[in-house]
Design a protein. Structure first.
Length: 431
């Protein structure tokens, strides 16, 4: 109301060490309390005249008195801005990037954000196996979940095959690591029980990349892995020596329990496909098969938060062993490898990439191609995409696909999943 009078008040303010910044008006009110009272009355009268006698006016007047340094003015809580989520948070994320150290898919991450954090700190790196240093919070305080309601998840705009081919290298194999780290971390940061299944661990560098994240807590995250090759298994256990809580078993995951199948190939090409496929020799090693739906019953697991399927042409059998017709609520989010094993003799299933996409979408899953270019990416695609996205000499879609159950992401208890996926779709939309 009166700028000169306010400057006089501010000039007499004495700041006390440890005070959060506003200080306290001390000497004036102690020396002459009646004069101080008259000044307050003058400010109040002028404030009512200037701001009005409405609640908003009282709020504004209170803020003026507080910023003038007057003691005894109560803090008046006005409406707070809701935290940004989804595309809004992603739009500001690029301003908070920081470089990272990457080695074998392991991100040397900074401290993760608290639940109240709404904008992720995204690591900027050109190494495909490098993921985000932190994972975004859901943008919704978990303590206020009682007020949330289930909400239909808006559909993302599908990307065209031409767009995919123009950005092919961003979605090649190994670019899935940052996306997996992001999604698993989004669950773990909510301190919710997080179970991860990985079939085809190979040497477990991808698993170690999860366990090396700052958000990883062995009391919250439980990881199970399966590998068929004995040499790969030895490397995996060596790489996970610092994480004895992670269970790696030597079994194949399939659509039947108790089968004994011979292994073809070695290292990354190990699989339970016919010997001689694509010129790959068979071995004398055999392995026993298990179904994932049997395993979750035996272990009493209600939900597999995230699953990774990398089985060199045996994907359809793994899907059937999940029994998604009955158990899709137990598998809300999983990835599976694409690439040449779907079109050559290593493929043992009865569905091609298009058929698999159709099968999953009919069950209620949305499909995305996983990528990485400075930040993790998810590209929304439909069933027809897998027929038309033929880039150059490639006869199939490469990289990895992510399946997210729409019904789960529309529920309040899976808001973390919905917001994390929206974030990565928003990243991809900038390409």
């Amino acid at each position: 109301h009166d700028a000169s009078h306010r400057r006089t008040l501010m000039a007499k303010k004495t700041f006390v060490p440890g005070d959060p910044g506003r200080g306290r008006t001390q000497s004036q009110c102690r020396v002459n309390p009646w004069l101080c009272l008259l000044q307050l009355a003058g400010l109040a009268a002028g404030g009512v005249y200037y701001f009005g006698a409405s609640p908003a006016g009282v709020l504004a007047l209170g803020n003026v008195l507080q910023h003038a340094g007057v003691d005894g003015v109560p803090t008046i809580a006005g409406p707070t801005r809701q935290p940004a989520t989804g595309a809004d948070a992603a739009a500001s994320a690029d301003k908070n990037q920081a470089p990272a150290d990457a080695h074998d898919g392991v991100v040397q991450a900074t401290a993760p954000p608290t639940v109240q954090s709404t904008v992720p700190s995204i690591v900027q790196s050109t190494v495909p196996s490098t993921g985000p240093s932190t994972v975004p919070s859901t943008g919704t305080d978990s303590q206020s979940s009682e007020t949330e309601t289930d909400e239909k998840w808006p559909q993302h705009r599908y990307r065209s095959p031409e767009h995919y081919c123009a950005n092919y290298v961003k979605f090649e194999n190994k670019n899935d690591f940052p996306v997996a780290q992001w999604l698993v971390g989004a669950s773990a940061l909510q301190k919710r029980s997080t179970t991860v299944f990985v079939v085809g661990t190979n040497d477990a560098r991808n698993v170690r990349g999860l366990a090396a994240q700052k958000w990883y807590d062995k009391e919250v995250v439980k990881i199970y892995g399966w590998e068929i090759g004995s040499s790969n298994l030895a490397k995996a256990r060596k790489n996970l020596e610092k994480f004895p809580e992670i269970e790696i078993a030597r079994n194949a995951i399939s659509d039947k329990d108790g089968q004994h199948l011979f292994i073809s190939g070695r290292e990354e090409t190990s699989g339970i496909y016919p010997a001689g496929a694509r010129g790959i020799k068979g071995t004398n090693e055999s392995v026993t098969t298990h179904r994932w739906d049997t395993i979750i019953k035996e272990k009493g697991i209600d939900e597999v938060t995230y699953a990774e399927v990398d089985v060199e042409g045996h994907e359809i059998e793994v899907f059937r062993g999940m029994n998604l017709e009955q158990n899709r609520h137990r598998f809300p989010c999983f990835q599976y490898e694409l690439g040449g094993t779907w079109t050559d003799a290593r493929h043992t299933g009865d569905l091609n990439q298009t058929g698999a996409a159709d099968y999953l979408t009919r069950l209620g899953y949305r499909l995305y191609i996983m990528g990485h270019f400075k930040v993790p990416l998810l590209m929304p695609v439909d069933v027809a995409f897998f027929e038309k996205a033929i880039c150059g000499s490639h006869r199939e879609v490469g990289g990895n696909a992510l399946a997210v159950l729409e019904d789960a992401a529309s529920r309040k208890q899976y808001r973390w999943l919905r917001d994390a996926v929206d974030e990565l779709v928003s990243n991809e939309a900038k390409l």
